[in-house]
Design a protein around this ligand. Structure first.
Ligand SMILES: NC(=O)C1=CN([C@@H]2O[C@H](COP(=O)(O)OP(=O)(O)OC[C@H]3O[C@@H](n4cnc5c(N)ncnc54)[C@H](OP(=O)(O)O)[C@@H]3O)[C@@H](O)[C@H]2O)[C@@H](O)CC1
Ligand SMILES: Nc1ncnc2c1ncn2[C@@H]1O[C@H](COP(=O)(O)OP(=O)(O)O)[C@@H](O)[C@H]1O
Ligand SMILES: [K+]
Length: 507
């Protein structure tokens, strides 16, 4: 499990560190790590370090200070370094002095010979000749998108960019981008990951992220968010042991589909069949279709005849009319853990009385996409997806899995897991039904709901990636990939489970 800390948590940890280690020493550690990564990238991209040229984009604060000191270290390795100062009066004095002493130069962003964009001739020339650019415009204190001069400088860059701490222009806390922002090839961050490195557009703009401790890591509190590693999931994915039988590993009930939407039933049931080893029961109007596709399920037309289960998945394709409501009420009254998706979320959002059916001791997982989330919360989803998911989870005393390219999973007690899909192949109709089936199956085996959601989201996005890039049976793996449907995603679920289980094997 990897932790993610808010800017405030990092700042407080930094203050604790300063009590032991003077601030300039900490900054030089940070800057040295940036310089090492720049040298590595220069070597990879140009075949060497000495004689290459680096431009530093330097803002008004310590982020710029890191960049200036990194420039001083690079200078000592024979790199030609020019700092482009966005706020010459505020540039970090010690960093600037360090760079100059090492033989680097500094020029104002808006200097003599400016063209219509306001960028000075020397700054323009430094950017044009650079083999690599370091983004030290703004870091943890960033507010909003890049201002016009910074945006114009960044627009001109055609070489790789190394971002100091985070790509400038990205909101450190939400990862949102609301205007011009840096797209880094590599981000070197300090102490630990910040939300902007793992959430939404910020995750994409960060490029590869390298974390360096610099003494701050030891001072950090419990992380605000966590990311699961493949090995965490593989180690704990439920598989049958020698003493198990079809009942002991957990029976899941799927209440999904309708005459109009039998596909939702087939997909959710299939996901449950593929996720875990126990038994899958299906109850609903698509029993014939489910039986035909998944002969191993025990299928019935009526929820009252479903038989005993350890958890329910309910919602996809059930509709929001009287029969859908009856099904949801039955499932909520069962006292079992429930994953409520799609139409069942809409019903819960519209009908307060439905909550009365719920057994308060049974965990409830809600899996909204942005539109369903807005129905639940009562307002359009904003940029702070983590904060909003956490608020709704607490308000409804439910586990909330907010879907999207970055899936945010909030527990009612405030814990949050994040799954970054790293690609968008799951954005296809019916793929949510597959996720519902995976979650129900894991809940039935007794995996804790927050982890259930984290495991399911990871395997779901990995299955999509595997399917899009070509299952081995279809021929060689494709680098570029091709669009898939939800059925192909479902077919790749076993391959994704194998991959996470293999990741957990001792190396
Ligand atoms: N934490 C750690 O462990 C360590 C932290 N360290 C480093 O310190 C960094 C934080 O430094 P920091 O707090 O001095 O502020 P920083 O982010 O440089 O911003 C400076 C100023 O920029 C401005 N500005 C704001 N938004 C803007 C925008 N969109 N576009 C343009 N400009 C904008 C705004 O000033 P304004 O112009 O509004 O007066 C703001 O005050 C951190 O990221 C890391 O690199 C390491 O050295 C050591 C270990
Ligand atoms: N752009 C995207 N990148 C990665 N995953 C996505 C993206 N858009 C949607 N997904 C994932 O695909 C699934 C879609 O679920 P949902 O919206 O309920 O679709 P449906 O109702 O058609 O089954 C969710 O798991 C969601 O996280
Ligand atoms: K930066």
């Amino acid at each position: 499990m990897q932790g993610v800390w808010t800017p405030d948590q990092v700042r407080e940890a930094e203050q604790r560190l300063f009590a032991r280690t003077p601030e300039p020493a900490v900054m030089r550690r940070a800057a040295h790590a940036v310089a090492v990564q720049c040298a590595r990238l220069l070597s990879e991209q140009t075949g060497g370090v000495a004689g290459r040229r680096v431009a530093l984009l330097v803002g008004a604060g310590n982020n710029g200070g890191d960049a200036l000191w990194a420039g001083a270290f690079l200078r000592r390795r024979g790199v030609g370094v020019t700092a482009v100062l966005l706020a010459p009066d505020k540039a970090h004095p010690a960093g600037l002095e360090g760079l100059r002493r090492a033989g680097g130069r500094a020029v104002p962003a808006e200097g003599a010979g400016a063209d219509t964009t306001g960028i000075g001739a020397e700054a323009a020339d430094a950017l044009e000749r650079a083999d690599l650019v370091v983004d030290g415009i703004v870091g943890l204190s960033a507010r909003g998108a890049l201002r016009p001069v910074a945006a114009e400088l960044v627009r001109r860059v055609i070489v790789p960019i190394v971002a100091v701490d985070l790509p400038s222009g990205v909101d450190p806390t939400t990862g949102a981008v609301d205007g011009p922002a840096v797209s880094a090839d590599l981000t070197v961050t300090f102490g630990g990951l910040k939300p902007c490195h793992v959430l939404g557009t910020g995750a994409v703009r960060s490029g590869e992220v390298t974390t360096v401790g610099i003494g701050v890591t030891e001072e950090l509190p419990e992380p605000e968010l966590s990311l699961l590693d493949a090995a965490d999931i593989g180690e704990n994915w439920p598989v049958p042991g020698p003493e198990d039988d079809k009942y002991s590993t957990g029976v899941v009930g799927i209440a999904a589909g309708s005459a109009t939407y039998p596909g939702a039933a087939v997909l959710a049931t299939g996901a449950a069949v593929r996720a875990t080893a126990g038994m899958v029961r299906y109850a609903g109007p698509a029993a014939d279709e489910v039986r035909a596709r998944w002969p191993e399920t025990v299928a019935t037309g009526s929820i009252g005849d479903a038989g005993r289960v350890q958890a329910w998945s309910v919602g996809p394709g059930i509709g929001t009319g009287a029969s859908g409501r009856d099904v949801l009420r039955f499932v909520l009254e069962s006292g079992r853990p429930v994953c409520a998706d799609a139409d069942s979320i809409t019903i819960l959002a519209e009908d307060e009385a439905m909550w009365d059916s719920r057994d308060p001791d049974a965990p409830l997982v809600l899996t909204p996409h942005a539109g369903e989330f807005a129905r639940l919360s009562g307002a359009e989803l904003g940029a702070d997806r983590v904060g909003e998911a956490r608020e709704v989870a607490a308000r409804f005393d439910a586990f909330v899995l907010l879907k999207g390219n970055t899936t945010v999973i909030a527990a009612p007690d405030g814990r949050v897991l994040v799954n970054d899909a790293r690609q968008a192949w799951p954005a296809t109709a019916g793929s949510g039904d597959v996720l519902t089936g995976l979650i129900g199956a894991l809940l039935a085996t007794g995996v804790e709901p927050l982890l259930t959601c984290g495991y399911a989201a990871h395997v779901h996005s990995l299955a999509a990636e595997i399917a899009a890039h070509g299952a081995t049976a279809d021929g060689p793996r494709s680098e570029a990939g091709a669009p898939i449907g939800a059925s192909a995603l479902l077919d790749a679920v076993p391959a994704a489970i194998r991959a996470v289980r293999d990741a957990a094997l001792p190396s």
